[in-house]
Design a protein around this ligand. Structure first.
Ligand code: HEM
Length: 478
């Protein structure tokens, strides 16, 4: 299709931000032009070349039982049974599942889709955020305006020349704390201890102070609700405490004051956006990554472990950790491979606003107004047509075939795609990758004896961690 990806991901400069403002209006036109062109080419086709989306919706009850039993394999089996990377199925409501990169990219490049405040059957509980809708669920002007919060946040964090050193220090002392906890109280929950470490690292970095991990966990537990289930009464209480903590954070205070002045945003909106991204994206997703990255280190062959250890030892010995981190290609490639196999956000959703034809390699499919599109990031990042041995952990994959990075959509849009308005690309990709790589540098210093070797079957859809069962350790040291 005549769509261009791809420029390397960079935080936009001031010029870029201004240009984005100018481009915003023209972008709609460009995309409409693209769609118009597309529509023309579709119009040229004979009727039979536009197919109906295959699959049968089935009964929700059976499908949900299938999901509980088989997890990601449920979606994979449907794909194989339908012999199609796009198919429909009902999970509480009908959805069109897109299992390949060319399907998922449509969700970002097509103007006939919108975000809504839910992930499929899970609705965002606004009470947990002072009745504010975070920009991740917004569209148009409001979304565009609030994106600047994360553009500015990233700029502010990365303009601190000492950032990587401070981050490394913070991760090191948090992991020391995890070791102390697990050594003094061996029955402690290891995943929980790591979630405390991740929570402290991200809150210290983004807000300037740590926030009680129990509050972060409770917020997460209450933030998505099934349509038929009421939120627990503790939601607003938890929100109020977190809000107070964020507002006391020195980094937040300085950052928010600057942004109110520069962009005219309300401090309350900035605070709410930061709370959402801090917990839902940074804390939750990074925790998933950190545990996955840790347990799968032990599945690597010795020579691969040695390569990673070399990167880590150069990093730890260096006083210029920023340069060292940027040249640590083995750690970067391992990090990307973990994000490929265990994307913390396995699904993305869009609602269709106008009929259009979905142009996939396998054919053209009719999509109608009000259809729900469900991008299956997990399966598309394991697409056998793109990735050799897709289920295998291969830390050299991106070294041998760097172009494969283009096919990662775990940050909400193709990995190398520019962050431009309306595509809802992760506003924290650069920050998240930096957190992730520095964590890997420190995970490589840990010596762990597991209580049962962690393994992944793909059947546990609720686990965003690459291990079927909660990870337990017998002994841990540096
Ligand atoms: C491992 C870490 C992370 C992962 C896997 C991740 C993934 C994602 C994904 C998949 C989306 C798009 C969701 C959708 O389209 O429905 C997204 C959006 C977003 N992420 Fe991240 N994220 C991570 C970390 C962060 C961090 C550290 C921040 C900022 C502090 C952040 C801020 C955001 C924001 C603001 C959006 C909304 C963008 C928009 O709608 O325009 N994320 N993220």
């Amino acid at each position: 299709m005549p769509v261009t990806l791809v420029k390397s991901f960079e935080e936009p400069s001031d010029d870029t931000v201004e240009k984005e403002d100018r481009d915003k209006k023209t972008m709609g036109k460009t995309l409409s032009k693209w769609m118009f062109k597309n529509a023309n080419s579709v119009a040229d086709m004979s009727e039979d070349r536009v197919q109906q989306v295959p699959g049968s919706l089935g009964l929700t009850l059976f499908n949900v039982m299938g999901l509980v039993k088989s997890g990601h394999l449920f979606y994979r089996n449907r794909r194989d049974r339908n012999k199609s990377n796009v198919y429909k199925v009902s999970i509480y409501q009908p959805r069109i599942v897109l299992c390949s990169f060319d399907g998922i990219r449509q969700m970002y490049e097509n103007t006939a889709v919108r975000k809504e405040p839910s992930f499929g059957m899970f609705v965002f509980n606004q009470e947990i955020l002072g009745n504010h809708t975070p920009l991740i669920f917004e569209n148009d002007e409001i979304h565009h305006q609030r994106r600047h919060i994360f553009i500015e946040l990233s700029k502010k964090i990365f303009c601190n020349k000492n950032f990587i050193n401070e981050l490394s220090q913070s991760i090191s002392s948090e992991l020391d704390h995890v070791i102390d906890t697990m050594t003094s109280q061996p029955s402690s929950d290891f995943e929980d201890a790591l979630s405390g470490a991740v929570g402290n690292v991200v809150t210290r970095c983004i807000v300037g102070k740590t926030i009680d991990n129990e509050l972060l966990k409770k917020w997460m537990d209450n933030c998505l609700i099934k349509k038929f289930k009421k939120a627990r009464a503790e939601g607003p209480l938890v929100y109020e405490k977190i809000r107070q903590s964020v507002k006391e954070g020195p980094i937040f205070r300085e950052f928010a004051a600057g942004l109110v002045k520069k962009n005219g945003l309300l401090e309350e909106d900035i605070c709410n956006e930061i709370i959402f991204a801090l917990i839902f994206n940074a804390y939750k997703a990074l925790h998933g990554f950190v545990v996955s990255a840790l347990v799968h280190l032990s599945n690597l062959s010795e020579d691969k472990q040695i390569k990673l250890q070399n990167d880590a030892s150069n990093f730890h010995q260096s006083t210029d950790k920023t340069t060292e981190l940027n040249s640590a290609t083995d750690v970067e490639n391992y990090t990307l491979e973990i994000f490929r196999l265990f994307p913390p956000a396995s699904f993305v959703f869009r609602r269709v606003t106008e009929n259009f034809v979905l142009p996939l390699k396998s054919g053209n499919y009719q999509v109608n107004k009000d259809d729900l599109l469900c991008g299956n990031v997990y399966l598309s990042q394991r697409d056998p047509d793109i990735f050799d041995n897709p289920d295998k952990l291969d830390p050299d994959r991106f070294q041998r075939q760097p172009h494969l990075k283009d096919y990662l959509t775990c940050f909400g849009a193709p990995f190398l795609q520019d962050s431009v308005p309306n595509i809802h690309k992760c506003g924290g990709q650069k920050l998240a990758l930096t957190f992730a790589k520095v964590f890997v540098m420190h995970l490589l210093t840990l010596r762990i004896e597991y209580d049962g070797q962690p393994s992944w079957s793909g059947k546990k859809i609720k686990r965003i961690i690459g291990s079927d069962k909660p990870v337990r350790v017998k002994a841990i040291r540096k």
